[in-house]
Design a protein around this ligand. Structure first.
Ligand SMILES: [Zn+2]
Length: 139
């Protein structure tokens, strides 16, 4: 089933009336609004969704930076022993730092994915409404 979102606050709808802002999203009420008003509401939501997507991209960038730092310290955790052979030392500070940054990286990338898919679905929904309003206006 296709998900529906509130035109007033882009909250996911379970019923016609939004749980979050109690805006009436039923067809009767939407038909009573002018095309201009519907478009205005959609553009308002799209604007907010866009800024949330930008916020999500900052998680992506932070995650990638931590990935580089983690990989760098992971490389450093291979130390030379007394005879000059590189040995992996899991007890070293470098290894601990690399693991911490890799875990944070994973967390940030997960947050990015969640925010990205969450907002992309909403973005598509509102763009479709704007498209359908446009098509109806041409008829
Ligand atoms: Zn709402």
């Amino acid at each position: 089933m296709k998900k529906h979102y509130c035109l007033n606050c882009h909250h996911q709808l379970k019923a016609d009336v939004c749980e979050n802002c109690s805006f009436d999203n039923s067809l009767d009420n939407l038909n009573s609004l002018s095309e201009h008003e519907i478009k205005r509401l959609c553009y308002l939501q799209l604007k907010q969704i866009k800024s949330e997507l930008n916020y999500a991209y900052s998680f992506l960038i932070g995650g990638l930076i931590l990935l580089v730092i983690g990989a760098f310290f992971f490389g450093l955790s291979f130390r030379f022993d007394v005879i000059g052979v590189r040995v992996f030392t899991p007890t070293s500070m470098e290894f601990i730092v690399s693991m911490i940054s890799l875990v944070c990286c994973l967390g940030l990338l997960t947050l990015f994915c969640i925010k990205f898919f969450y907002n992309t679905n909403r973005k598509k929904y509102f763009e479709e409404i704007i498209d359908s309003v446009r098509k109806n206006a041409k008829k």
